[in-house]
Design a protein around this ligand. Structure first.
Ligand code: SF4
Length: 394
Protein backbone atom coordinates (compact mmCIF):
# COMPACT_ATOMS: atom_id res chain seq x y z
CA UNK A 1 0.00 0.00 0.00
CA UNK A 2 1.57 3.34 -0.99
CA UNK A 3 2.15 5.70 1.91
CA UNK A 4 0.99 9.28 1.58
CA UNK A 5 3.46 12.12 1.73
CA UNK A 6 1.85 13.79 4.62
CA UNK A 7 2.08 17.52 4.00
CA UNK A 8 1.77 19.79 0.98
CA UNK A 9 4.85 21.67 -0.19
CA UNK A 10 3.50 25.13 0.55
CA UNK A 11 3.03 25.01 4.30
CA UNK A 12 3.61 28.38 5.98
CA UNK A 13 7.15 28.24 7.27
CA UNK A 14 7.19 31.08 9.80
CA UNK A 15 3.66 32.27 10.12
CA UNK A 16 0.61 30.31 11.25
CA UNK A 17 1.35 26.67 11.91
CA UNK A 18 4.93 25.58 12.58
CA UNK A 19 6.37 23.17 10.00
CA UNK A 20 5.83 19.43 10.36
CA UNK A 21 8.39 17.55 12.40
CA UNK A 22 10.45 14.57 11.27
CA UNK A 23 12.32 12.49 13.82
CA UNK A 24 15.72 10.94 13.10
CA UNK A 25 17.16 8.36 15.49
CA UNK A 26 20.83 7.59 14.91
CA UNK A 27 21.91 4.10 15.97
CA UNK A 28 25.70 4.32 15.63
CA UNK A 29 26.72 0.67 15.96
CA UNK A 30 27.73 -1.69 13.14
CA UNK A 31 29.03 -5.25 13.37
CA UNK A 32 32.00 -4.12 11.30
CA UNK A 33 33.12 -0.87 9.72
CA UNK A 34 33.04 -0.72 5.91
CA UNK A 35 36.24 0.74 4.41
CA UNK A 36 34.43 3.53 2.50
CA UNK A 37 32.18 4.69 5.35
CA UNK A 38 32.64 8.11 6.93
CA UNK A 39 29.45 8.12 9.02
CA UNK A 40 29.54 8.44 12.79
CA UNK A 41 29.79 4.70 13.47
CA UNK A 42 31.30 2.41 16.10
CA UNK A 43 31.92 -1.29 16.22
CA UNK A 44 29.10 -2.95 18.14
CA UNK A 45 30.05 -4.46 21.47
CA UNK A 46 26.47 -5.31 22.38
CA UNK A 47 26.07 -2.67 25.13
CA UNK A 48 23.06 -0.68 23.97
CA UNK A 49 20.81 -0.44 27.06
CA UNK A 50 22.13 2.97 28.19
CA UNK A 51 21.88 4.35 24.68
CA UNK A 52 18.21 3.39 24.24
CA UNK A 53 17.44 4.98 27.62
CA UNK A 54 19.40 8.11 26.68
CA UNK A 55 17.50 8.39 23.38
CA UNK A 56 14.16 8.15 25.24
CA UNK A 57 15.20 10.93 27.64
CA UNK A 58 16.53 13.06 24.79
CA UNK A 59 13.20 12.71 22.91
CA UNK A 60 11.40 14.03 26.00
CA UNK A 61 13.74 17.04 26.06
CA UNK A 62 13.05 17.72 22.38
CA UNK A 63 9.28 17.55 22.97
CA UNK A 64 9.56 20.15 25.76
CA UNK A 65 11.50 22.37 23.36
CA UNK A 66 9.40 21.85 20.21
CA UNK A 67 5.95 21.93 21.79
CA UNK A 68 3.16 20.05 20.03
CA UNK A 69 3.87 19.40 16.35
CA UNK A 70 2.39 17.53 13.42
CA UNK A 71 4.59 14.43 13.12
CA UNK A 72 5.84 13.90 9.56
CA UNK A 73 7.92 10.73 9.88
CA UNK A 74 10.23 8.64 12.04
CA UNK A 75 13.50 7.31 10.65
CA UNK A 76 15.87 4.85 12.32
CA UNK A 77 19.22 5.36 10.61
CA UNK A 78 22.84 4.65 11.36
CA UNK A 79 25.03 2.81 11.69
CA UNK A 80 22.93 -0.32 11.69
CA UNK A 81 19.61 0.17 13.48
CA UNK A 82 18.59 -3.35 12.44
CA UNK A 83 20.85 -4.45 15.32
CA UNK A 84 18.07 -3.21 17.63
CA UNK A 85 15.51 -5.72 18.87
CA UNK A 86 11.85 -5.20 17.81
CA UNK A 87 11.01 -4.52 21.48
CA UNK A 88 13.50 -1.63 21.54
CA UNK A 89 12.03 -0.19 18.33
CA UNK A 90 8.53 -0.50 19.84
CA UNK A 91 9.64 1.28 23.03
CA UNK A 92 11.04 4.21 21.01
CA UNK A 93 8.02 4.41 18.67
CA UNK A 94 5.62 4.34 21.65
CA UNK A 95 7.63 7.07 23.35
CA UNK A 96 7.35 9.29 20.25
CA UNK A 97 3.63 8.50 19.95
CA UNK A 98 3.12 9.55 23.58
CA UNK A 99 5.08 12.79 23.08
CA UNK A 100 3.88 14.09 19.70
CA UNK A 101 1.09 11.70 18.65
CA UNK A 102 1.33 9.43 15.63
CA UNK A 103 -1.07 10.28 12.78
CA UNK A 104 -2.38 7.34 10.77
CA UNK A 105 -0.13 6.45 7.85
CA UNK A 106 2.97 8.19 9.26
CA UNK A 107 6.08 6.79 7.57
CA UNK A 108 8.25 4.89 10.06
CA UNK A 109 11.38 3.68 8.31
CA UNK A 110 14.35 1.60 9.36
CA UNK A 111 17.68 0.98 7.62
CA UNK A 112 18.77 -2.65 7.54
CA UNK A 113 21.58 -4.81 6.20
CA UNK A 114 20.75 -7.92 4.14
CA UNK A 115 22.71 -10.09 6.60
CA UNK A 116 20.15 -9.20 9.31
CA UNK A 117 17.21 -10.59 7.31
CA UNK A 118 15.15 -12.71 9.66
CA UNK A 119 11.44 -13.30 9.23
CA UNK A 120 10.65 -13.27 12.95
CA UNK A 121 12.68 -10.17 13.66
CA UNK A 122 11.38 -8.23 10.67
CA UNK A 123 7.78 -9.23 11.43
CA UNK A 124 8.48 -7.89 14.93
CA UNK A 125 9.61 -4.59 13.39
CA UNK A 126 6.42 -4.50 11.34
CA UNK A 127 4.34 -5.09 14.50
CA UNK A 128 6.32 -2.28 16.19
CA UNK A 129 5.13 0.10 13.45
CA UNK A 130 7.94 0.00 10.87
CA UNK A 131 6.24 0.35 7.47
CA UNK A 132 9.25 1.05 5.29
CA UNK A 133 12.53 -0.85 5.16
CA UNK A 134 15.61 0.60 3.53
CA UNK A 135 18.00 -2.18 2.58
CA UNK A 136 21.75 -1.68 2.07
CA UNK A 137 22.10 -3.92 -1.00
CA UNK A 138 24.92 -1.83 -2.61
CA UNK A 139 25.64 -4.27 -5.47
CA UNK A 140 25.10 -7.89 -6.50
CA UNK A 141 28.66 -8.24 -7.76
CA UNK A 142 30.54 -10.66 -5.46
CA UNK A 143 33.95 -9.13 -6.13
CA UNK A 144 32.66 -5.62 -5.35
CA UNK A 145 30.82 -6.78 -2.22
CA UNK A 146 34.14 -8.13 -0.94
CA UNK A 147 36.18 -5.04 -1.80
CA UNK A 148 33.48 -2.81 -0.29
CA UNK A 149 33.86 -4.86 2.91
CA UNK A 150 30.22 -5.91 2.98
CA UNK A 151 29.29 -8.94 5.06
CA UNK A 152 26.61 -10.31 2.70
CA UNK A 153 26.68 -11.97 -0.71
CA UNK A 154 24.37 -11.44 -3.67
CA UNK A 155 22.19 -14.44 -2.77
CA UNK A 156 21.57 -13.00 0.71
CA UNK A 157 20.76 -9.62 -0.82
CA UNK A 158 18.18 -11.17 -3.15
CA UNK A 159 16.49 -13.20 -0.42
CA UNK A 160 16.52 -10.17 1.93
CA UNK A 161 14.78 -8.12 -0.79
CA UNK A 162 12.18 -10.85 -1.23
CA UNK A 163 11.51 -11.14 2.48
CA UNK A 164 11.36 -7.35 2.92
CA UNK A 165 8.79 -6.98 0.13
CA UNK A 166 6.71 -9.75 1.70
CA UNK A 167 6.69 -8.08 5.15
CA UNK A 168 6.81 -4.30 4.63
CA UNK A 169 4.43 -2.08 2.62
CA UNK A 170 7.33 -0.12 1.18
CA UNK A 171 10.91 -1.24 0.49
CA UNK A 172 13.85 0.84 -0.62
CA UNK A 173 17.26 -0.40 -1.77
CA UNK A 174 20.61 1.43 -1.71
CA UNK A 175 22.88 0.88 -4.70
CA UNK A 176 26.53 2.00 -4.91
CA UNK A 177 28.09 2.61 -8.29
CA UNK A 178 31.55 3.67 -9.41
CA UNK A 179 33.63 1.06 -7.54
CA UNK A 180 37.03 0.35 -9.07
CA UNK A 181 36.82 -2.16 -11.89
CA UNK A 182 33.08 -1.71 -12.46
CA UNK A 183 32.16 -2.01 -16.13
CA UNK A 184 29.03 -0.86 -17.91
CA UNK A 185 27.98 -4.49 -18.09
CA UNK A 186 28.37 -4.86 -14.28
CA UNK A 187 26.27 -1.76 -13.80
CA UNK A 188 23.51 -2.99 -16.10
CA UNK A 189 23.45 -6.34 -14.28
CA UNK A 190 22.98 -4.55 -10.94
CA UNK A 191 20.20 -2.38 -12.32
CA UNK A 192 18.32 -5.30 -13.89
CA UNK A 193 18.56 -7.41 -10.75
CA UNK A 194 17.24 -4.62 -8.58
CA UNK A 195 14.39 -4.05 -11.04
CA UNK A 196 13.49 -7.75 -10.92
CA UNK A 197 12.92 -7.41 -7.17
CA UNK A 198 9.79 -5.68 -5.93
CA UNK A 199 11.46 -2.56 -4.50
CA UNK A 200 9.50 0.64 -4.82
CA UNK A 201 12.33 3.06 -4.09
CA UNK A 202 15.99 3.11 -5.10
CA UNK A 203 18.70 5.35 -3.63
CA UNK A 204 21.86 5.56 -5.71
CA UNK A 205 25.23 6.49 -4.30
CA UNK A 206 28.34 7.30 -6.25
CA UNK A 207 31.33 5.82 -4.43
CA UNK A 208 33.48 8.68 -3.25
CA UNK A 209 36.68 8.39 -1.28
CA UNK A 210 36.21 10.28 1.97
CA UNK A 211 39.15 11.50 4.07
CA UNK A 212 39.98 9.33 7.07
CA UNK A 213 38.41 6.14 5.66
CA UNK A 214 40.30 2.91 4.95
CA UNK A 215 39.73 3.55 1.23
CA UNK A 216 41.42 6.96 1.51
CA UNK A 217 44.45 5.27 3.11
CA UNK A 218 44.46 2.64 0.34
CA UNK A 219 44.47 5.40 -2.28
CA UNK A 220 47.49 7.05 -0.69
CA UNK A 221 49.23 3.69 -1.14
CA UNK A 222 48.34 3.88 -4.84
CA UNK A 223 45.43 1.41 -4.71
CA UNK A 224 42.53 2.70 -6.77
CA UNK A 225 39.15 2.14 -5.14
CA UNK A 226 36.76 4.17 -7.32
CA UNK A 227 36.35 4.86 -11.04
CA UNK A 228 37.09 8.40 -12.18
CA UNK A 229 34.38 11.03 -12.03
CA UNK A 230 33.70 11.15 -15.80
CA UNK A 231 32.99 7.42 -15.83
CA UNK A 232 30.79 7.82 -12.77
CA UNK A 233 28.82 10.59 -14.50
CA UNK A 234 28.28 8.31 -17.53
CA UNK A 235 27.17 5.51 -15.21
CA UNK A 236 24.69 7.80 -13.53
CA UNK A 237 23.13 8.72 -16.88
CA UNK A 238 22.64 5.01 -17.59
CA UNK A 239 21.00 4.50 -14.17
CA UNK A 240 18.75 7.51 -14.61
CA UNK A 241 17.54 6.50 -18.08
CA UNK A 242 16.88 2.88 -17.16
CA UNK A 243 15.07 3.59 -13.87
CA UNK A 244 12.87 6.23 -15.46
CA UNK A 245 12.08 3.85 -18.30
CA UNK A 246 11.07 1.27 -15.67
CA UNK A 247 8.52 3.69 -14.16
CA UNK A 248 10.56 5.16 -11.30
CA UNK A 249 10.16 8.90 -10.82
CA UNK A 250 13.45 10.78 -10.43
CA UNK A 251 12.16 12.90 -7.58
CA UNK A 252 15.52 13.82 -6.05
CA UNK A 253 19.07 14.00 -7.44
CA UNK A 254 20.00 10.50 -6.21
CA UNK A 255 16.58 9.00 -5.46
CA UNK A 256 14.00 7.24 -7.60
CA UNK A 257 10.55 5.98 -6.59
CA UNK A 258 7.43 4.38 -7.90
CA UNK A 259 4.36 6.57 -7.42
CA UNK A 260 3.43 6.96 -3.74
CA UNK A 261 6.77 5.63 -2.45
CA UNK A 262 8.89 8.79 -2.18
CA UNK A 263 10.69 8.96 1.15
CA UNK A 264 8.51 11.19 3.29
CA UNK A 265 11.32 11.50 5.84
CA UNK A 266 13.99 12.61 3.37
CA UNK A 267 11.50 14.99 1.76
CA UNK A 268 11.24 16.67 5.17
CA UNK A 269 14.95 17.60 4.91
CA UNK A 270 14.70 18.72 1.29
CA UNK A 271 11.50 20.73 1.83
CA UNK A 272 12.94 22.55 4.82
CA UNK A 273 10.72 21.04 7.51
CA UNK A 274 11.93 20.72 11.09
CA UNK A 275 13.67 17.60 12.32
CA UNK A 276 14.65 16.19 15.66
CA UNK A 277 18.05 14.49 15.68
CA UNK A 278 18.60 12.07 18.57
CA UNK A 279 21.42 9.58 19.05
CA UNK A 280 25.20 10.24 18.86
CA UNK A 281 26.18 12.89 16.31
CA UNK A 282 22.63 13.38 14.97
CA UNK A 283 21.80 16.74 13.40
CA UNK A 284 18.54 18.61 14.01
CA UNK A 285 16.68 21.75 12.92
CA UNK A 286 13.90 23.48 14.81
CA UNK A 287 12.06 26.72 14.16
CA UNK A 288 11.63 28.46 17.51
CA UNK A 289 9.91 31.86 17.69
CA UNK A 290 10.48 32.44 13.98
CA UNK A 291 14.21 31.56 14.08
CA UNK A 292 15.70 28.32 12.77
CA UNK A 293 18.05 26.63 15.20
CA UNK A 294 20.57 24.03 14.03
CA UNK A 295 21.72 21.36 16.49
CA UNK A 296 24.25 18.56 16.65
CA UNK A 297 24.30 15.85 19.28
CA UNK A 298 27.43 14.79 21.17
CA UNK A 299 29.51 12.55 18.92
CA UNK A 300 30.42 9.35 20.75
CA UNK A 301 27.89 7.11 22.54
CA UNK A 302 29.65 7.83 25.87
CA UNK A 303 29.62 11.62 25.32
CA UNK A 304 26.00 11.47 24.19
CA UNK A 305 24.85 9.46 27.23
CA UNK A 306 26.88 11.79 29.46
CA UNK A 307 25.22 14.88 27.97
CA UNK A 308 21.75 13.38 28.37
CA UNK A 309 22.32 12.45 32.00
CA UNK A 310 23.72 15.93 32.74
CA UNK A 311 21.29 18.15 30.81
CA UNK A 312 18.35 15.93 29.79
CA UNK A 313 19.32 16.32 26.12
CA UNK A 314 22.10 15.01 23.88
CA UNK A 315 22.78 18.31 22.09
CA UNK A 316 26.41 19.45 22.20
CA UNK A 317 26.19 22.37 19.75
CA UNK A 318 23.30 24.69 19.03
CA UNK A 319 23.33 27.66 16.67
CA UNK A 320 20.63 30.08 15.52
CA UNK A 321 20.86 30.45 11.75
CA UNK A 322 20.78 33.94 10.24
CA UNK A 323 18.05 34.63 7.66
CA UNK A 324 20.76 34.37 5.01
CA UNK A 325 22.01 30.96 6.21
CA UNK A 326 18.47 29.62 6.55
CA UNK A 327 17.39 30.76 3.09
CA UNK A 328 20.58 29.38 1.51
CA UNK A 329 20.02 26.04 3.15
CA UNK A 330 16.44 26.07 1.90
CA UNK A 331 17.60 26.66 -1.69
CA UNK A 332 20.46 24.12 -1.51
CA UNK A 333 18.10 21.42 -0.29
CA UNK A 334 15.05 22.41 -2.34
CA UNK A 335 16.79 22.39 -5.72
CA UNK A 336 17.62 18.73 -5.17
CA UNK A 337 13.96 17.74 -5.53
CA UNK A 338 11.65 17.89 -8.52
CA UNK A 339 9.22 20.10 -6.53
CA UNK A 340 11.88 22.80 -6.46
CA UNK A 341 11.82 25.80 -4.13
CA UNK A 342 8.97 28.20 -3.54
CA UNK A 343 10.05 31.78 -4.15
CA UNK A 344 7.44 33.08 -1.72
CA UNK A 345 8.72 30.73 0.96
CA UNK A 346 12.26 31.94 0.21
CA UNK A 347 11.11 35.58 0.59
CA UNK A 348 9.38 34.74 3.86
CA UNK A 349 12.55 33.21 5.29
CA UNK A 350 14.97 35.80 3.89
CA UNK A 351 12.80 38.86 4.52
CA UNK A 352 13.13 39.94 0.88
CA UNK A 353 12.49 38.53 -2.59
CA UNK A 354 15.18 36.75 -4.60
CA UNK A 355 16.27 39.14 -7.35
CA UNK A 356 15.31 38.00 -10.83
CA UNK A 357 18.82 38.80 -12.06
CA UNK A 358 20.09 35.91 -9.93
CA UNK A 359 18.07 33.16 -11.58
CA UNK A 360 17.20 34.59 -15.03
CA UNK A 361 20.63 33.75 -16.61
CA UNK A 362 20.41 30.19 -15.25
CA UNK A 363 16.94 29.82 -16.79
CA UNK A 364 18.34 31.05 -20.10
CA UNK A 365 21.10 28.44 -19.93
CA UNK A 366 18.48 25.73 -19.40
CA UNK A 367 19.71 24.90 -15.87
CA UNK A 368 16.63 26.15 -14.01
CA UNK A 369 12.95 26.50 -14.83
CA UNK A 370 10.37 28.78 -13.25
CA UNK A 371 6.72 27.85 -13.00
CA UNK A 372 4.80 30.71 -11.36
CA UNK A 373 6.30 30.54 -7.91
CA UNK A 374 8.41 27.37 -8.09
CA UNK A 375 12.04 27.43 -9.14
CA UNK A 376 13.31 24.02 -10.22
CA UNK A 377 16.58 22.54 -11.44
CA UNK A 378 16.19 20.98 -14.89
CA UNK A 379 17.75 17.59 -15.63
CA UNK A 380 20.80 19.40 -17.01
CA UNK A 381 20.82 21.65 -13.92
CA UNK A 382 20.76 18.65 -11.58
CA UNK A 383 23.96 17.37 -13.17
CA UNK A 384 25.59 20.71 -12.42
CA UNK A 385 23.84 21.41 -9.14
CA UNK A 386 26.88 22.68 -7.25
CA UNK A 387 27.64 25.21 -9.98
CA UNK A 388 23.96 26.23 -10.19
CA UNK A 389 23.62 26.84 -6.45
CA UNK A 390 26.97 28.66 -6.35
CA UNK A 391 25.78 31.01 -9.10
CA UNK A 392 22.38 31.47 -7.46
CA UNK A 393 23.67 32.16 -3.98
CA UNK A 394 26.62 34.50 -4.69
S1 SF4 B 1 27.11 -0.89 7.53
FE1 SF4 B 1 26.64 1.15 6.68
S2 SF4 B 1 26.89 2.56 8.40
FE2 SF4 B 1 27.89 0.62 9.00
S3 SF4 B 1 30.03 0.91 8.44
FE3 SF4 B 1 29.03 -0.10 6.68
S4 SF4 B 1 28.40 1.61 5.36
FE4 SF4 B 1 28.87 2.49 7.37
Amino acid sequence: MPLPNSWPINFPIMTGKPPPLAIYIHWPYCTRICPYCDFNVYKSKGEDIDLVQAILTDLKGWREWSGPRHLNSIHFGGGTPSLLAPEEILTIVNKIKGLWGLPNGTEIALEANPIDADERKWSGYCDAGINRLSLGVQTFNEFALKTLGRDHDSKQALSALKLASYIFPSVSADIIFGWAGQTLNDLNLDIERILESDVKHISTYQLTIEPGTAFAKAETRGQVRAVDTDVSADFFEVIMDRLQQAGFGHYEVSNFAKSGHNSSHNLAYWRGYDYVGVGPGAHGRLVVEGKRVSTIAALTPAQYCGSVSKTGMGISDKETLSAEEWSEEYVLMGLRIDEGVSLSKYAEIRGKKMERSRFAPLIEEGLLSLNDNELRATQKGRFLLNAVTDALLV
